[in-house]
Every structure is written in structure tokens, then in C-alpha cells.
Design a protein around this ligand. Structure first.
Ligand code: BES
Ligand code: ZN
Length: 645
């Protein structure tokens, strides 16, 4: 089955290398230039190459240096417009051809967000960044936009501001800011090279007033690592990540195999970045909300670096097998927590994940297909509609379960290494993964392990729907016990008068941010507390003003849970002001994990309020976030039906 989210003819002829020659124009808000593809035909008599594009201005194309005929197909809502580049002479199997497309991006590009200077930390220079996963690379450049293909790339990018790409930097050196020229004025051409073949969704660009600081070098490792951020944030960013990044990366190499990308840098983006993190090759993008000053959210960096093996190395062949990326990454991220901080830390991560899973499964109650681990996508179906914790949590629990039934880590880790080395550099499906697992234990396993694999209910794991995992798993709950106990204490105190409540600020003094999250999530599973209790709880534990966005989100989730309650009516506006940056910070919460549930919850309390804040602030959000807030935006239904106008 070909990838259902691309219109390209990648099975007939496919790119193996692309060179971008770009110039970044902040006035026009456009990247313009060319993409030169090196392709190889996989069958005889190939007459054309078809690229995916979305909202690009295509100027023309050349085949082997000669101008050629092109045509652009009708726009598909999800997949965009197919660009056909015709060959004057049909191409035979195995023959290589060079195709150059001249084009420019447009303001309608879903991949790119152009920020004006007020939307940055420094407020002096504009900023541009991309987000290409799952299917937006086509809105940045004409490509065969499927993770089934792995391509190398190189680029020259001319810009008045420093340029970062998901590749190795050739010129100028990372330490040299804008090659010594005047930032914001002089044009510098940045040169990058990505010699490791990657899927198109890992192509990425960020352009802005950024600085680099190297992390301490770790002996005898073949890579460098450091952090990028605007100058105003570089100290905080360095502090947050410098201790852990190298340690985790080194441990990960020892556990799963060599790091192949040469450079592992982290870029802290402006607050509209729509994800917690994105594993762009050589350069993970992360949200600035990770800078909590206590290093409690570094697990996001560990997650993104883990994709270097699971996702960027061994890649899901298409959206249906997305869990291979995220489930494996989640499992390994937690395994590293185990190696560096013990089983309690790993169990705790699984516990945090299980409430996210439960929520996601509940949200998909009306679309049970998306409750599955393996989702068979229809042609042209939007993978963003299926994006949820299911792939992460069902996936990692499945692997954790296999670890257990196969005899624990000592028995399991050699298999993990074999899995990675077998498929490194390839794109695979769930069926490739399963066949290898069975074959591995057939060859190397004991009778007991083979028996255990025969007893796995594969169908239940792959296609199971509903709110439960096929098997109930137990996790180390040492770290969850104190927050659980406190939640139960609040639950028992529901009938106590607020003036007599036995709670004090110190109750949470020993909790880290994640334990506060677990406390609030546990509390949200109980019947709604009296509004006065919830309000008080927010105040005495300062959750209602927490600078930790994970904590703040859980508090608002709790407070807005019952839309008719007094606390929901009181806190709806503070909540929406928080995500839109109208809380005095001027920082929107562009990460979709934060803004989407708040818009949804507030719309249930007061639809007009949600709509008002959305309309007023929507341009601050990334195009993807805007699209998805609008999609879940039940709050737009308050508009009067047309017939009444
Ligand atoms: N690759 C994902 C982000 C993504 C997935 C973007 C699908 C677009 C489509 C990234 O690795 C990720 O999982 N981010 C999480 C981090 C978390 C699980 C630690 C996020 O942003 O919440
Ligand atoms: Zn991920």
C-alpha cells in the first residue's frame, strides 16, 4: 500500500538528494529560490516526477538543465497540489535524473510561521521557523513528502539574520554570530549539509537573532552538543539543559548504539512553537515553556534526542505506523530515566502517561478508529486528526509489556539493539517490526520466550478500541504515592467548611512539578470538589499563578471541569488570558498541548469569551495550531444559523 498522505509518484521515481538554494525575505515573508532533486527511477518508461506542494508559487522547472513542461493539479484540502514535472524522454529503471524547481513560499504556508519582532523575546528582530511533521514539508518546498523515502540534503540560505537548519553547519561556525556582519542588515549565506538520509518531515529551518553555547564536551564521544536561543534566553536555556543533554545522549549511545548525526543541538523557540519538542535532525526544536528553572521538563529533550534512533534512524513508513516512532521513543526515553534515576522515575513517567492516554481515548469515543495503535488511514485523511497520546502511550506500554513477558531488561536489551541495527536508515511498517521480533526470538530466544510471544494478543494491541489497554500493567508508584495521598485528603475534605480546611502551602513543598501534575490529575478523577475548595487550592499552592505550564494546565483542567460551576465561571477568563498571553506576560502558550484544551474548556463555560479571545489573538498562533484550535473549536458553533440572519 502506498503512503495515503502523498500524491507523489515516489514508487516510480524517487529523490535521494535535494539541494535548496534559498533566500529568506522578511519583508515579503517568503522563502524563495530553488530545490534541485537528484532522483532515481524505480521502473521503466517514467514520464514525469510528481512532487507534493502546498500553497507554493511555482515558477518553473528544469530537467538536466533544460526548461521543461510542468502542470499543477487541483488542490486537495489535506494533501495540497501535485506538481507534475514532465520528462521529454521517458526514463529507464535505475537511471538518475536532476530536476530543479524554481519557486517561492506564500503567506498561506502551513509549515512556516513568520513572527514580527514583538513576538520574540528580544523584540528587535523578526523570526521565522518551520514545522514540517507530519505533512507540511510540502508547504516549504516541493518534495515527495512521505517518510517512506529517506533523502540527504544540502542548502545555501541567504539571510539578514542567523539561519539554523536540521543539518550539519558548514559555514559560518556556530560560535560566529552572523559571520561577524551586522545582524538584521547584512546578508550572509549560510551553508549546511545533511549527509545522513532522513525523511522529508525532518527538514527544518529557523531564522532569527539566535546565539549558540556549547555544552561541556564528553570524552571520547564523536559528537558535539549545544543550545541555541535568543540572547535574552541563552543563559536560562544553557542552565536548563547543559547538565542532562550530554549525559543522556552518552547513555543512550551505550544502550542502543552509536549516535549517527554528528551534532546534537537544541533550539529554544519563541512561545508560539506548537509542540513541546520536535526532533528535527541534528537540531531538536523545543518550546520555551521548558525553561522552568528547575530542570523538571528535560524529559522533553531526552524524548527528542531519542528520536535520533527511533524515528530519524528507524522511521515509520507512513502515518498508519506512527506509533513505531512515538511508542518506541517514549519507551526508550523512560528506559533512560530508569538508567539515570531508577525504576521509580520510570514508573512515574508511565503513571503521568496513563492519564494522558485515558483522556485521549475518551476524546476519541466518537471516533474509535483513532483509539487504535495501528490506524489504517484512508487516502487523503489528515494525520493531524489522529494525533494524540495513543501512539505514545499504547505504543510504549506495548513494548514495556513485551519487555516483561520476555523476561525483563537483561533479556530484552540485546533484542532492542538488534532491532535498531537491523532497520537503521530504513522506513518500516508494524509488520516489519513484528516479523523481526518473532524471528529474533525464534533464533536467539528460549522456549519460554517463544511461548510468551505466541501468547501475545497482537490483534488486541494493534486494533483494540475502547478505554483500556489489552493488559493491565503495574508501574513503580513510589513517587506518585505522596501526591495521591494528598489528593485523597482533599477528596475526603469535600464536606468540610473552607474556613476549617486543614491544608497549607507546605503540603506541596517537597513536590516537584511533575508530582504537582499527578496530584491535580488524580484530583480530577474524583467527583468535582466544591468551587470554594478548588479556588482555595489554587491559591494556597499558587497553582493559579504557577510559572510551570504543565502545572498551570492541570489546575485549569480541574477548575474548568464542570462548566457550570462557580470556579469554572471565575477562572475561565484567567485561563484564556494565560494561553493568549494577556496575563501580563505577553507570552502566548502556543504549544497545542496547552492552548487546545484551554480553548475547548473555556468554550464550554463561555463560548463567546473563547471566540472573542481566539479572534483577537489567532494571528499570534502558529498556522497548525490555528487550524487545529479552529477544528476542535466547538466554540464557533455559537454563531447564529444563516437562516436567522
Ligand atoms: N515528533 C513529535 C511531534 C510531532 C508529532 C509533531 C506528530 C507533528 C506531528 C515530538 O517528538 C513529540 O513527541 N513531542 C512531544 C514531546 C513529549 C512527548 C515529550 C510534544 O510536543 O508534546
Ligand atoms: Zn516524539
Amino acid at each position: 500500500m502506498p503512503d495515503p498522505t502523498t500524491q507523489s509518484n515516489y514508487l516510480e521515481i524517487s529523490t535521494f538528494h535535494v539541494h535548496f538554494d534559498w533566500s529568506v525575505d522578511f519583508e515579503k515573508e517568503a522563502i524563495s529560490g530553488s530545490a534541485t532533486h537528484k532522483l532515481i527511477a524505480a521502473s521503466d518508461d517514467v514520464n514525469e516526477v510528481v512532487f507534493d506542494t502546498a500553497e507554493l508559487d511555482i515558477v518553473g522547472a528544469e530537467v538536466a538543465g533544460q526548461t521543461t513542461e510542468i502542470s499543477i493539479g487541483k488542490k486537495h484540502d489535506v494533501m495540497g497540489s501535485a506538481l507534475h514535472v514532465y520528462f521529454a524522454n521517458p526514463i529507464k529503471k535505475g537511471v538518475e535524473v536532476e530536476v530543479k524547481v524554481f519557486y517561492s513560499t506564500t503567506k498561506a504556508s502551513t509549515a512556516l510561521q513568520w513572527l514580527n519582532k514583538e513576538q520574540t523575546q528580544g523584540k528587535q528582530f523578526p523570526y521565522l521557523f518551520s514545522q514540517c511533521q507530519p505533512i507540511y514539508a510540502r508547504a516549504m518546498a516541493p518534495v515527495q513528502d512521505t517518510p517512506s523515502l529517506k533523502i540527504t540534503y544540502s542548502a545555501s540560505v541567504a539571510s539578514i539574520l542567523p539561519v539554523l537548519l536540521s543539518a550539519r553547519r558548514v559555514f559560518p561556525p556556530s560560535e560566529s554570530t552572523h559571520d561577524g556582519k551586522v545582524i538584521g542588515k547584512d546578508v550572509v549565506t549560510y551553508v549546511y549539509d545533511q549527509p545522513v538520509a532522513i525523511p522529508s518531515y525532518l527538514i527544518a529551518i529557523a531564522v532569527g537573532n539566535v546565539r549558540y553555547r556549547a555544552f561541556p564536551k564528553i570524552d571520547s564521544r564523536g559528537w558535539t552538543s549545544g543550545v541555541w536561543a535568543e540572547p535574552e534566553l541563552i543563559d536560562a536555556a544553557y542552565w536548563e539543559f547543559s547538565e542532562d543533554t550530554g549525559r543522556f545522549l552518552a547513555k543512550e549511545e551505550d544502550v542502543v548504539g552509536q549516535y549517527r548525526f554528528g551534532v546534537y543541538d537544541v533550539l529554544v523557540l519563541p512561545p508560539s512553537f506548537p509542540y513541546g519538542g520536535m526532533e528535527n535532525a541534528c537540531l531538536s526544536f523545543v518550546t520555551p515553556t521548558l525553561l522552568t528553572g528547575d530542570r523538571t521538563l528535560v524529559d522533553v529533550v531526552v524524548h527528542e534526542m531519542t528520536h535520533s534512533w527511533f524515528g530519524n534512524g528507524v522511521t515509520h513508513a507512513e502515518a498508519s505506523h506512527f506509533w513505531l516512532n512515538e511508542g518506541w521513543t517514549n519507551y526508550i526515553e523512560r528506559l533512560l530515566q530508569y538508567f539515570l534515576h531508577g525504576e521509580a522515575a520510570r514508573g512515574f513517567s508511565f503513571i503521568i502517561g496513563s492519564s494522558a492516554l485515558h483522556q485521549a481515548l475518551e476524546n476519541y469515543g466518537d471516533r474509535p478508529k483513532y483509539q487504535r495503535l495501528v490506524i489504517e488511514f484512508d487516502y487523503g485523511e489528515d494525520p493531524d486528526d489522529a494525533y494524540s497520546s495513543v501512539a505514545y502511550e499504547k505504543g510504549s506500554n506495548f513494548i514495556y509489556y513485551l519487555e516483561g513477558v520476555l523476561g525483563g531488561l537483561n533479556a530484552f536489551l540485546p533484542y532492542v539493539r538488534d532491532y535498531v541495527s537491523t532497520f537503521m536508515g530504513q522506513s518500516i511498517t508494524t509488520w516489519d517490526w513484528k516479523a523481526h521480533l518473532l524471528a529474533y526470538f525464534e533464533k536467539n530466544g528460549t522456549k519460554g520466550q517463544q511461548e510468551a510471544l505466541r501468547n501475545v494478543d497482537w490483534n488486541a494491541w494493534f486494533y483494540g478500541e475502547g478505554l483500556k489497554l489489552p493488559v493491565t500493567l503495574v508501574y513503580d508508584d513510589t513517587l506518585a504515592k505522596p501526591p495521591y495521598a494528598l489528593a485523597e485528603k482533599w477528596d475526603r475534605a469535600r464536606t468540610v467548611d473552607t474556613s476549617a480546611l486543614p491544608f497549607k502551602t507546605e503540603d506541596v513543598a517537597s513536590f516537584d512539578g511533575n508530582q504537582k501534575v499527578v496530584f491535580l490529575e488524580r484530583l480530577a478523577t474524583f467527583p468535582t470538589l466544591p468551587s470554594s475548595h478548588t479556588l482555595l487550592l489554587g491559591q494556597i499552592y499558587t497553582f493559579d499563578s504557577s510559572p510551570n505550564a504543565e502545572v498551570r494546565l492541570r489546575f485549569y483542567n480541574l477548575a474548568l471541569k464542570d462548566p457550570a460551576s462557580e470556579v469554572a465561571r471565575k477562572l475561565a477568563e484567567p485561563a484564556i488570558r494565560w494561553v493568549t498571553g494577556k496575563d501580563g506576560t505577553g507570552m502566548i502558550k502556543g504549544r497545542m498541548k496547552f492552548c487546545r484544551p484551554i480553548f475547548l474548556a473555556v468554550s464550554k463555560v463561555n463560548a463567546a469569551l473563547a471566540k472573542h479571545y481566539f479572534e483577537e489573538n489567532k494571528d499570534l498562533f502558529h498556522p497548525i495550531a490555528r487550524k487545529l484550535i479552529e477544528k476542535v473549536g466547538a466554540f464557533f458553533q455559537v454563531v447564529k444559523p444563516k437562516s436567522l440572519n
